[in-house]
Design a protein around this ligand. Structure first.
Ligand SMILES: [Zn+2]
Length: 84
């Protein structure tokens, strides 16, 4: 179901609306149906979702690497201390 952004021609209120085919949305502010459809947000939001999960994956990969580095540093430190 696509999400569209509308601008009301009567009161200039902007809003997003899930629109089933055949549905005519009305302005939530003034109930006018004299609306201008601005753009579909569904394509954009799925792009954003992909981008967000990509960033999350990258961030957790960085975190794992940092943990490995910390573990390695702790191991080497312990090793050096035990060597004395
Ligand atoms: Zn309105």
């Amino acid at each position: 179901m696509p999400i569209y952004e509308y601008a009301c021609r009567s009161c200039a209120h902007k809003f997003e609306q899930l629109v089933r085919s055949g549905d005519t949305p009305a302005c939530p502010s003034c109930r006018s149906v004299d609306l201008e459809r601005l753009l579909s947000l569904s394509a954009i939001s799925s792009d954003n979702t992909r981008q967000i999960s990509f960033n999350k994956a990258r961030a957790s990969a960085r975190r794992v690497q940092r943990d490995k580095d910390a573990a390695q540093a702790a191991y080497e430190k312990k090793h050096r201390e035990e060597g004395h």
